[in-house]
Write a new protein. Structure first.
Length: 142
């Protein structure tokens, strides 16, 4: 799951800028998924899912503990860190958070719907790379 998450983060072409793009630029993957998932499960459901992914990811990436999820599902708090993460640490945090989010989606909505959702969100990724059927429900997303 992490390898796909890293690929999505590294190969992610910039999308259209929203008015709050400056605030959420550190976590573009959750911003890209938010409209799709909010439609599927509501803003509260997306926020709860992202909060759980953040809790799991912060076990591996300690600086993520300072990050919060707003009521609308956007992520904030990176600017409040005493020492901002370097670009490599920032990428690792993004990757771990996205991997956890994808793992939770597979567990809750299934591999087929997760594949369709990720394929719509990142259309440049090959459908062959989006086969989540081999992901175990209780498997930690490494």
């Amino acid at each position: 799951m992490r390898s796909l998450a890293k690929r999505l983060m590294v190969e992610d072409p910039p999308g259209p800028k929203s008015p709050d793009a400056e605030i959420t630029a550190a976590f573009p993957a959750s911003d890209r998924l938010r409209p799709y998932l909010a439609t599927l499960m509501g803003k509260g459901g997306f926020r709860a899912l992202l909060l759980r992914a953040l809790a799991l990811a912060s076990e591996d990436v300690l600086w993520l503990r300072a990050v919060q999820v707003r009521a609308d599902g956007s992520v904030e708090g990176l600017e409040a860190l005493p020492t901002p993460p370097d670009p490599i640490e920032l990428l690792e945090g993004r990757v771990v958070l996205l991997a956890q989010l994808l793992g939770l989606l597979v567990a809750f909505i299934g591999p087929g719907l997760t594949s369709r959702l990720v394929g719509e969100t990142w259309p440049h990724i090959s459908p062959a790379d989006l086969d989540f059927s081999h992901e175990g429900k209780n498997e930690k997303t490494k």
